[in-house]
Design a protein around this ligand. Structure first.
Ligand SMILES: Cc1ncc(COP(=O)(O)OP(=O)(O)O)c(N)n1
Ligand SMILES: Cc1nc(C(=O)O)sc1CCOP(=O)(O)O
Length: 513
């Protein structure tokens, strides 16, 4: 009978990374104690006798812990030590030959890079797939480059589709670590059925870690978080109590004073800091990469605004998002003028590949650029065009593509988590006459999203939109407001003065999906 196996945290070894004074067997031992559930011995440069000797040593450890041991590429070594199975790549022995030699009781995993590879492996009877490469890696030279979580999802979805009622099992590999583990597992869930990968495969994140045991334990914690996460695809029934949830999120900010860390542009930095304070948050505007790790433990949410992008800001943004992702702190991305220049488009696409972002907030032109629609465009920082035929559908499509909540601002704001989509019809046209009102919207979302992010970032995003738009309406009605200058000050005042009762009585939201 085939051994039951658990792919949750899959350690692939590389003895070239073992630090002086340590042995591979010790590392495997520690890693299993930290939570590794399956081990693959991968010796790319060892001759047969060294490989065999290493395999025997590592097998003593895996047997002691009752964790399966697979052998990379070498069926002969697997047979010699009676390993639990093998892992083979596209250039190795064909699956049917490996199966013939090993028999049905052994585990055979196959590396796949494309839908076609996945289909062949599934139909050929692979026990699991190793889909790669997720990210760039220092561990081996990649023939085809990395696909990012969205590319891995595409292959995984196809594998699930062709494997019928009992989906094949799969992990992804390549550049995976504790910082990006949650992002990878959330972003690779299938669109239909919301099916996650079975786990993650890593080499350097454990073998080269200072403490393989701690590294494995942190990875297990992150994987468990991702499996339990409700960040996407909630059921529409959960929306019944949306109004009271919005009221609760609004109040939570006033009670808990979330620390909203911004890396934003100098044009709006002061307005955003004041808006955050007025709504009940505590603004932090630290931009340097070197201080993000120290700040991260106390940050409630992170707002990344690419308004005046430059290389050192990008470094700070990367460092901050990496830390936020490790702590599962909500990240709000404002892709200002994405689509206006190649540089911005490229940076945003790299960010969305590498980091988990929980809310994207943009105007119609920015959202069009991210979703790949030519119905709207960006001119400078403004959206131009006649509008989307189906704005709610566009927002939902981007949400499903990026696996996050998407807010599209405009005369009507559209907000979707891919499952439910809402229109927020509050707001005043004077908001469009001052610089920074869009950026303050990102701040508002960041202020409210923290409290509910782990259960429902959609609620936090809608709360931010309703609160800021009501403040705009209230400010515009004031007799002392004569135009953009007086509106700007009154806008902050009305954020400060807004009450939960007003919010609940005056919000104009409509559920569209
Ligand atoms: C779990 C897992 N997935 C993929 C691979 C890569 O295997 P392969 O394509 O055979 O490349 P090498 O490992 O031989 O460099 C893997 N080893 N494990
Ligand atoms: C062994 C291997 N296979 C890959 C694939 O894409 O199939 S990537 C890879 C190396 C993964 O190492 P690390 O976790 O250190 O990035």
């Amino acid at each position: 009978m085939k051994l039951d196996f658990d792919l949750t945290l899959y350690l692939v070894t590389d003895s070239g990374m073992v630090p002086a004074g340590s042995t591979l067997s010790q590392i495997v031992d520690e890693a299993i104690q930290g939570g590794v559930t399956i081990v693959q011995l991968r010796e790319k440069h060892a001759d047969t006798s060294d490989f065999l000797a290493q395999a025997k040593l590592v097998q003593q450890v895996t047997k002691r812990h009752k964790v399966p041991l697979l052998i990379n590429d070498r069926i002969d070594i697997a047979l010699a030590i009676d390993a639990d199975g093998v892992h083979i790549g596209q250039d190795d022995m064909p699956l049917h030959e490996a199966r013939r030699l090993l028999g049905d009781d052994k585990i055979i995993g196959v590396s796949v890079q494309t839908r076609e590879h996945a289909e062949q492996a599934v139909l050929g009877g692979a026990d699991y797939l190793g889909i790669g490469a997720c990210f760039d890696t220092q561990t081996k030279e990649l023939k085809q480059g990395s696909q990012g979580p969205a590319g891995i999802r595409d292959v995984w979805e196809h594998a699930v589709e062709v494997s019928g009622p009992r989906p094949v099992r799969a992990v992804t590999i390549g550049g995976v670590n504790s910082y990006n583990a949650v992002h990878v597992l959330i972003c690779t869930r299938t669109t239909r059925g919301n099916l996650p990968l079975d786990g993650l495969a890593v080499v350097s994140a454990i073998v080269a870690a200072e403490s393989p045991r701690n590294a494995a334990a942190i990875l297990r914690r992150q994987i468990a978080f991702a499996f339990e996460s409700a960040w996407i695809a909630r059921t529409p029934a959960a929306r019944d109590s949306i109004r009271s949830a919005i009221g609760d999120a609004f109040e939570a900010a006033r009670q808990n004073t979330p620390l909203v860390q911004h890396i934003t542009n100098p044009v709006v930095i002061n307005d955003c800091a004041n808006a955050c304070l007025a709504l009940g948050g505590s603004p932090m505007m630290a931009t340097d990469a070197s201080e993000q790790a120290d700040l991260a433990p106390v940050v409630s949410s992170l707002v990344i605004n690419i308004g005046t992008l430059n290389a050192w800001q990008v470094d700070g943004m990367r460092a901050a998002m990496k830390q936020a992702n490790l702590r599962n702190t909500p990240v709000i991305l404002d892709p200002v003028a994405a689509g206006a220049t190649k540089y911005r488009s490229q940076i945003v696409s790299e960010f969305l590949k590498e980091f988990g972002v929980h809310v994207i907030k943009g105007n119609a032109g920015e959202i069009a650029a991210l979703v790949g629609s030519d119905e709207m465009h960006v001119r400078g920082v403004d959206a131009v065009g006649c509008g989307f035929k189906d704005p709610a559908g566009i927002v939902r499509a981007l949400s499903l593509k990026e696996r996050c909540v998407v807010v599209m601002t405009g005369p009507v704001d559209y907000i979707s988590d891919g499952s439910s989509t809402f229109a927020v019809k509050n707001g005043h046209k004077l908001q469009g006459t001052i610089t920074g009102s869009g950026c303050m919207t990102g701040t508002a979302v960041g202020t409210y999203v923290y409290a509910v992010a782990h259960t429902d970032p959609l609620v936090g995003a809608i709360t931010g939109m309703v609160a800021i738009n009501l403040a705009g309406e209230h400010a515009a009605q004031r007799p002392d407001v004569k135009g953009p200058g007086t509106f700007r000050a009154a806008f902050i005042d009305e954020m400060y003065n807004l009450t939960k009762e007003q919010l609940l009585a005056e919000m104009r939201i409509e559920q569209l999906h």
